[in-house]
Write a protein that binds this ligand. Structure first.
Ligand code: ADP
Ligand code: MG
Length: 700
């Protein structure tokens, strides 16, 4: 192979400077390599040739062989159209052009066999085909082209400037001519034979010029596998390098704190999932490498106790630990919960938030530095420079997506050596996505709820049923329960949304009047102190109803609240609905979630509502969410490369992804530095991908 694939696209015959510019700006094609990696969006099946008397009125794309016998111009309201009479041995049809008529008349030969291709219309008792693709039969037969015709990505500008799909096919052909269709193999012999994959050259040929459906499928499989494989290889390598470079503090033992708690003070039996996850964390903490683990568990799955027990291991090894939460309310809740769980353990725990008094703050700083303090819980306040630990061994971050990566690294810098890090999130990320986005973190999943939890009954009600809903609320309050009513608050329509919230609050106040009913209201425009006061009233059970925007979304735990009413539910995303629903169902009582909407609903809204009613499995909901929104909107994907996939699709091809990850892992387990000769091709390809970032820009 002697053509360098890094050759600028300008040098390809038939491209030239103008086309090269367009290819660069419109499709990001700079080199030969980029052109090869321009994969068709779809294929038109041109294995069939139709006779004119076989045409159906189904508006499908068809190809027909025949001759033009004459042209005529037909005047119409604006300008004129060019109509050609086209016939084969079975009948006559018309070809029609509204633009480019001069060129057609000059270049198309009469009474010469052509293959035409396009959509047919039924018009004036005849079939007609507007702007057909045309090719001389003679050319058609000898061209390097396949029956399955590729359709390449395009833009309006490209087609306006004459770079049609056909032109792209042509220059693709040229590229295969210049390179002899020979491309360097990029996967190892072992993988090729184990998975029975076709070679790189064969795959590229058949993806651009498929000979038949079967070869096309094999070509696509091979290229998708390769794409996923190198992403996974990179993610897993990053993780390995991280582990070998960054020494953690090995927590060698499980000591008195952990054991005493486990044997004497555990308030309930751990679920199997909690036990499994603790084992995974324990193994990380005991190794020489720094832990970097993501703990995923649906709301209410019991992540807190796992966090506590992990911190106890740190304490047993003479280290401090901290737990950071995104809001003051959550920090306080964690603090109270942990103090209660640990009250027999003689552990020193403190809370540090924005509202901690200066004198108290000073004391905390001191005791943290001299090691008198064991566990610090708090908000972003933990990240301030003044907060210095004597020896921070484990940092736990709750509800990770509220914190940026940058903030995480500030926690790291609090030590000579970074502490072990455990990130907890209740936003389940579909496994396939997690593999691609967080592939460099280790992942633990709590996929089981504590026993005896009653599932939350979820229903969808229309606004006109509001009176019934209010009656239901009244009954629940009579039973001693508390109610959440949540309104959407979207930045773009903030003013309107506040009005809705306030109107709602007023009408609820009328239907649930003082002194029989007490109502709290919480929204983002309130002062933090007022917000907190209202939240506390609800938490303490002094109010019956909490009217709020989504500020209550994260983590708040009021076990006595048993009804979650979500207003304009169609305006919320699925994961947000699921988070909100997770605020109820935390006590022993049957809980309910009522999704209120108007009558007009889009298809996506309907799917979201139906999904909520059907299931409470966070992972299933996350999968639907991923399908509806695509990966682009899901937290954390923006920076990752999965949006730049060239041929694979993270949703449709998740089996291939799993397979690719499996092989990447297997190879690296056996040969972490890729130095075995059998992995030479993989190493070379990997290095090359890194060098030409513009080609495979998902390699970060
Ligand atoms: P989350 O994962 O949402 O943070 P929490 O840790 O707050 O969940 O736990 C939710 C509730 O379930 C808490 O009241 C907690 O005490 C309880 N819980 C946790 N684990 C168990 C268990 N194994 N058995 C019974 N109750 C549990
Ligand atoms: Mg929690």
């Amino acid at each position: 192979m002697n053509t360098n694939l890094q050759t600028p696209i300008d040098y390809l015959k038939g491209v030239g400077p103008n086309r090269a510019d367009l290819l660069r700006t419109e499709l990001g094609i700079h080199t030969y390599q980029d052109l090869i990696n321009l994969f068709p969006n779809r294929y038109l099946d041109r294995t069939q040739y139709y006779k004119i008397n076989q045409l159906q009125r189904n508006n499908a794309d068809v190809q027909v062989i025949g001759k033009i016998t004459e042209f005529k111009e037909v005047a119409q309201q604006q300008g004129k159209r060019l109509v050609a009479t086209f016939q084969d041995e079975t009948g006559v049809m018309e070809l029609v052009w509204f633009r480019g008529q001069k060129w057609i008349r000059e270049s198309i030969k009469l009474n010469t066999p052509y293959v035409i291709f396009g959509k047919t219309n039924w018009f004036n008792g005849r079939f007609s085909m507007p702007h057909p693709e045309m090719e001389l039969l003679q050319e058609h037969e000898k061209n390097l082209r396949s029956a399955m015709q590729p359709v390449y990505p395009s833009t309006e500008k490209l087609s306006n400037k004459g770079i049609t799909n056909r032109v792209i096919s042509k220059i693709m052909q040229q590229l295969f001519l210049e390179t002899n269709g020979r491309f360097k193999e990029t996967l190892s012999e072992n993988i090729l034979s184990e998975l029975k994959l076709i070679s790189k050259s064969e795959a590229l040929f058949n993806v651009h010029f498929p000979k038949n459906q079967e070869l096309l499928a094999r070509a696509q499989y091979r290229l998708k596998f390769e794409e996923f494989f190198y992403i996974q290889l990179q993610l897993i390598l990053k993780n390995l390098i991280h582990k070998s470079k960054i020494k953690g503090f090995p927590f060698e033992k499980v000591g008195t704190y952990f054991n005493t708690f486990f044997n004497d003070h555990l308030p309930f039996e751990l679920t199997n999932a909690q036990k499994r996850v603790l084992k995974e964390i324990r193994a990380d903490l005991g190794s020489n490498a720094q832990m970097n683990r993501l703990l995923q568990g649906d709301v209410g799955s019991g992540k807190t106790i796992v966090a506590l027990m992990s911190m106890l291991i740190a304490l047993d090894n003479g280290f401090q630990a901290c737990l950071m939460a995104p809001t003051e309310i959550l920090s306080v809740q964690h603090y109270n919960g942990l103090v209660e769980l640990c009250n027999k353990l003689n552990i020193r725990i403190k809370l540090l938030t924005g509202s901690t008094k200066t004198s108290e703050r000073k004391k905390i700083h001191e005791s943290l530095e001299n090691g008198e303090l064991d566990i610090l819980i708090g908000t972003h306040a933990l990240l301030e420079n003044k907060v210095k630990f004597k020896n921070l061994g484990l940092a736990i971050i709750d509800e990770q997506h509220r914190f940026g990566v940058e903030q995480r690294s500030r926690l790291w810098k609090k030590n000579t050596s970074p502490p072990h890090v455990l990130i907890m999130t209740a936003t389940p990320i579909p496994r396939t996505l997690a593999m691609s986005v967080y592939g460099d973190l280790d992942i633990s999943i709590i996929d089981e709820l504590p026993p005896g939890r009653k599932s939350i009954k979820t229903v969808h009600r229309y606004d006109k049923n509001r009176l019934n809903v209010f009656k239901f609320i009244r009954d629940e309050i009579t039973k001693g329960r508390q109610i959440y009513i949540v309104y959407p608050l979207i930045q773009e329509s903030e003013t309107m949304d506040y009005k809705d919230l306030m109107d709602g609050y007023e009408s609820i106040s009328r239907d649930f009047p003082l002194p029989d009913y007490q109502i709290s209201i919480v929204h983002g425009k309130m002062k933090p102190a007022d917000k907190d006061y209202e939240m506390q009233r609800f938490i303490k059970g002094e109010t019956n109803i909490m009217v709020a925007t989504t500020v209550i979304e994260v983590g708040v735990n009021v076990p006595n609240a048993s009804v979650m009413i979500i207003e304009s539910a169609e305006r919320f995303g699925l994961s947000q609905l699921h988070q909100l629903r997770g605020r109820v169902g935390r006590g022993a009582e049957q809980s309910y979630c009522i999704l209120m909407t108007g009558h007009k609903l889009s298809n996506d809204s309907k799917t979201r509502l139906e999904t909520m009613v059907r299931t409470s499995d966070g992972f299933e909901i996350a999968e639907v969410d991923l399908r509806l929104r695509g990966p682009g909107d899901i937290m954390g994907t923006q920076q990752s490369g999965i949006l730049n996939l060239k041929i694979a699709d993270i949703i449709k091809d998740k089996d291939i992804l799993q397979n690719a990850r499996f092989y990447a892992k297997k190879i690296l387990n056996n040969d972490p530095t890729l130095s075995l000769s059998e992995n030479k091709t993989i190493l070379n390809t990997y290095q090359e991908l890194g060098k030409f970032k513009n080609i495979w820009n998902y390699i970060s």
